[in-house]
Design a binder for this molecule. Sequence first.
Ligand code: IVH
Length: 673
Amino acid sequence: MNKAQAKARIEKLRELINDYRYHYHVLNESIMSEEAADSLKHELTTLETEYPDLITADSPSQRVAGKPLPGFTQITHSSRMLSLNDVFSQEEVVAWRQRLDKLLPADANLEYFIDLKMDGFACALHYEDGVLTRAVTRGDGLVGEDVTMNVRTLESVPLRLRHTATHKAFLTGRTEVRGEIVMYKADFNRLNKQREKEGKPLFANPRNTAAGTIRQLDPRLVAERPLYFRAYDLLRNKAEEIPTFRFAYDVLSDIGLLTNHQATVVPDLDSILRFAEQWEKKRLSLPFFIDGLVIKVNDRRLFALAGVAGKAPRGAVALKYQAEQATTRVKNIFVSIGRTGAATPVAMLEPVVIAGTTVQMATLHNEGEIARKDIRIGDTVIVHKAGDIIPEVVEPLIRLRDGSEKIFQMPTHCPECNTRLVKHKSGEAVWRCPNNACPSRTWKRIEHFASKSALDIEGLGEKNVIALLQAGLIRDVADIFTLKATDIIKLERFADVSANKLVSAINDKTHPPLNRFLYGLGIRHVGIQTATDIANSFRAIEAVSQATIDELARVNGVGVIVAESIVEWFSEKRNKKLLEKLHKLNVWPKPVKKIGGPLSGKYFAITGSLKAMGREVAAEHIRALGGNFQSSVGEQTDYLVVGDNVGANKLTKANKLGTKQITEHDFLRMIES
Ligand code: IVH
C-alpha cells in the first residue's frame, strides 16, 4: 500500500471506528462486535505506525472516545481514568516486560499484580470522610457523568465505608474507589427470559445491559436490575498511603468493597502465563464475563515511574483472550465442488489469526448468501470462527469500500470438469456439478469413504487420494482395495514403508461396521447418526438397499427427504455396479447383531477432550450401546460429558438448558457397566 492509499484507508477506518464508539459509548448500541472493532483499530495503528506523519490528534488511536451523556451532570475526574493497552500473546507480554526494563531502575525487583479483567462498565466512587458523595462514569476518561442516584441503588456499593481499625486513615478525607459495574451471567439470562415473555427486545450482552442500566435517568429502574460493583483501584491524595496494588485491594475489602479474590501477586513472567492459561478455561465457570487479565507492576511507585503513554499506563497491560472475530480482506472468491457436486463459493482471505489459528478461507455457503450479505471481492469483512467451527464471513464493512471491489459472479460451469452447473429443483439455493465423474467429486468421495467416521483408513487423506487418482491407480472407492504396494511405491509421495502400511490399513477395513459403511457411501443427507439409526434398524446392507421410502422413513430420526435420497442412491445403476464390484472384492459390511443397549434412547454430547479415548471412539461406544451422540448440546441432550480443556459453547448451552453434566469417570462407568 502506498502512502496515498494508506491515507485514504486510514480516513475510512477512523470514520468507522468513531462511529462504532459513538454508538457504543453514547447510544449504548452496537454496530459491530467489540472484537471486530478491535481488529479495525489494530489495522489503523499498524498503518499509523508505518506512516507516523499521518497520525492526527483526533485519531481514535490517540484518545478514549465516548461523549458525556446529555441529561447527567458532567464531572471532571480527579485524575484521568486510564485505559489499558491490549496484548494478545505471550510474546507481547514478554515485549511489554522488556520495555519496562528500559524505563525502570536496573535494580527494581518487579512483582506483578494480576487480576481478572471484568467485562463491565467502569465507574468511580468518591467518598468524603467515609461517606459516598458521588459516582461518576468513565465518560471519555477526563470527564464523566454523575450517576450517583443510580449507583446508590447497588447493594455492593457501601454508602458509608466500613469501619476498620487497621486502615483508619482511609475513612477521613477523600478516598476514591474505581471499579467495574457488572451484571452476572445468571441475572442477565433471567432478565432476558423475562423480557422474552413480555415480548420486549432482548439485551445483547451483560456489559451493554449494565451500561444501559446505569445511564437510565430513572433510578427505580436501576434498582430492579441486579448489578454489582467490583473494585479494582483505590486513590488518595497522598499516593504514598498506598504502596502496592496488593495493599490497595486489602484496604478495599477492609473498607467494605467487593474485589476479585482471584487477584494475586506473582514474581515472574512464567507465573503470569500460567495464571493466564489457567483462567482461560476457568473463566467459563465465573459468575460474570471476563475478557482477559490485567497485569500491573505491583509497586505503585514503580508503576507511576513508568509513566503514561497516550491514554494508557506503561506499567500495566490487558492480556486479552483470543477473539473469535476479526476483520480482514477478501482476496478472491472461488468455487469448491463437494462430493455430492454442491458448488460452494469460498472466500480466500488475507491471513488473519482468529481464536488462535490462522484463517485463510471462509465458506460463503451459496450464491444467495453472497448476494444477501453483499460480499464483494476486495471487501473488508468481519470473519467469525469459534473453536473447531468452519470460519464464516459475517458481513462486509461497506463503508470501507473504495470502489475497486468486484461483484462475484457464480460460474455457469464446473471449474473442475467444465460441466454446466444445475439446480436439482427450482428455488434451490445450491448449484451442483451433475457430472458424477468430476475429478473434484471423485477425490472427495474417496476421501470421505476413508475418513475417520467412515472406514477410517489411515494414510488415505486428501493428498494421497489425489496422487493415486492422478497416477490412474484408482477411479472409485472400490479400486482402493485392489491397490498393490509395488504400484504405490512408484509414486513420488510413497516410500516402501508407507506404501506397505497403506495397503495393510486398507486390507484391515474390508468388513467395516454397517453404519460406517453406509455413511462412507456418501449418500446425500446421511450423516453418521442417520447411518447408525438405519444400520440398527435394518441390520444388513441387503435390507437397506431393498427398503422402500416408507420403511426407511419409519426409522426414528429419518425423514422423507433422507429416505428418498437413500432409495434414489440404491436405485442408480452406477451405485449398484459399485456395490457389486465391492462384493466381488470381498469388501462387505458386517451385519449389526445387537439393537438397543443400556444407553438406548439416551443422547450424549462431549465437551473438551477425554483422557481415555478420542471423541470419535467415545461416540462409537455410545452408539454401540444404543445411545445417540450429538456434536452440540440441544434440548434433547441427556448428558454432557465434560472433559479437559473445555470450550465455552457447550457448557454455556448446557447451563442454560439445565443439561446433566457428568465427568469422564462417570461416563466410563456408564459405558463399562
Ligand atoms: S485496572 C491503572 N483492573 O478495563 C489501572 N481495570 O481496558 C487501570 N477493567 O479502564 C485499570 N477489570 O474499566 C483494571 N481488574 C481490573 C479490571 C479493569 C476491568 C477495565 C477498566 C479499565 C479497562 C481497561
